[in-house]
Design a protein around this ligand. Structure first.
Ligand SMILES: *Cc1c(COP(=O)(O)O)cnc(C)c1O
Length: 369
């Protein structure tokens, strides 16, 4: 095929707005590029303990069945999730990662010219979903110390606003919206706005006044709660997440879903992982200790960071941040550089195992001299 031929095929205009997603560097890539053997990845908020053992067993026992199409309704997984959350299976949609839920919600609700309201800085997939549909993103900056600004969020709503996104704990800042503020926001939102509460990191949030927003789903508000199996359940590679929302909202989203969106192994893994209390508890503990370890080490180095309710910490490094990020990479420590969120003075580091956190802190110390 010649390139000349392709130039006559015109993609949709809105694709010009889509910036490619910039993922954390994979371990093998850094090994190959830099000729390193020991590389640690603290860049994608994965679970350092690995996957839920219950999920691994379920996958192993199901591998011989992969010649069959998966269940189009993901019924086993929906039922397990619903029973865990105390809601109806009809109030759940299982998706190919939480990312797919964001795309499906965008496809189901956004017309060209509609608006979404998002916090800034936050997760980039919300804007991606809007661009896909030719909708406009209205970004509302977080306040000082990356706190949510409920008044500014409400002020950004127009008659064209279809969806508002709240990411709590927020990626990449680790800050969260207190329950009272979420309540005030939900009660003040006009009826034509659907609220998505992205609680991908809810299990790590230890503040007393944190909420995942699930009580609003139970009470029938136009609220979708996003959850994922990629983070605390350790299943990022197999791609599975879900949304919880009132039945009418779920029914609408199901209209745009591909029949076999979630593969068979992901479904069986999700159904097993959601019941794996032991793995969840162990993961919460490792994370809490790891956060403290990072805070302590960063303080000793005289660096400022944002207190996190999540499994990552946003660290302020100042004007040398990019260079420090590169030097960490050269030492085989992969973190995320903040420029993708408009934070060129920051890096985001995922909480790892104690020895990984130590390695990060030691490397940082060497770099800073
Ligand atoms: C990781 C993440 C998700 C979902 O990721 P998937 O791997 O697609 O399930 C959603 N929201 C935020 C904020 C995340 O960080």
């Amino acid at each position: 095929m010649s390139n000349l031929k392709q130039t006559h095929i015109v993609p949709r205009k809105t694709l010009d707005n889509i910036k490619p997603y910039s993922p954390g560097k994979p371990i093998w890539e850094v090994q190959n590029e830099l000729g390193l053997t020991k590389v640690i990845k603290l860049a994608s908020n994965e679970n350092p303990l690995g996957a839920s053992p219950k999920a691994i067993d379920a996958i192993n026992s199901f591998v011989t069945e992969i010649h069959r199409y998966p269940d189009a309704g993901a019924k086993l997984a929906s039922a397990a999730i619903a029973s865990k959350l105390g809601i109806k299976a009809e109030e759940i949609i299982v998706t190919n990662g939480g990312d797919e839920l964001i795309s499906l919600v965008s496809e189901a609700f956004l017309e060209a010219g509609d608006e979404i309201v998002v916090p800034s800085p936050s997760f980039s997939e919300y804007e991606f979903g809007a661009h896909l549909m030719g909708a406009r993103t209205v970004a509302v900056p977080l306040k000082e110390d990356y706190q949510y600004d409920v008044d500014a969020l409400l002020a950004a709503v127009t008659e064209r606003t279809k969806i508002m996104y709240i990411c709590s704990p927020n990626n990449p800042t680790g800050t969260y919206i207190p329950a009272a503020d979420l309540k005030r926001l939900i009660e003040a939102l006009p009826e034509h706005v659907l609220l998505m509460v992205d609680s991908a990191y809810s299990y790590y949030a230890s503040a007393d006044d944190y909420t995942s927003g699930m009580e609003y789903v139970r009470a029938g508000y136009p609220v979708i709660v996003l959850q994922t199996f990629s983070k605390i359940f350790g299943l990022a590679g197999i791609r599975v997440g879900f949304g919880a929302a009132p039945e009418a909202v779920i029914r609408t989203i199901l209209k745009v879903k591909e029949p076999f969106n979630v593969n068979a192994l992901a479904q069986i893994a999700a159904a097993a992982a959601i019941t794996d209390e032991e793995h969840v508890q162990a993961s919460i503990e490792v994370n809490q200790l790891g956060r403290e370890q990072l805070y302590e080490g960063l303080s000793e180095l005289g660096l400022s960071y944002t207190t996190s309710m999540s499994n990552f910490v946003l660290v302020e490094l100042g004007t040398e941040a990019k260079s420090i990020y590169d030097q960490l990479l050269a030492k085989g420590v992969i973190v995320r550089y903040g420029t993708i969120w408009g934070l060129p003075r920051h890096i985001r580091v995922t909480v790892g195992l104690p020895e990984e956190n130590e390695c990060f802190l030691e490397s940082l110390k060497e770099i800073l001299g």
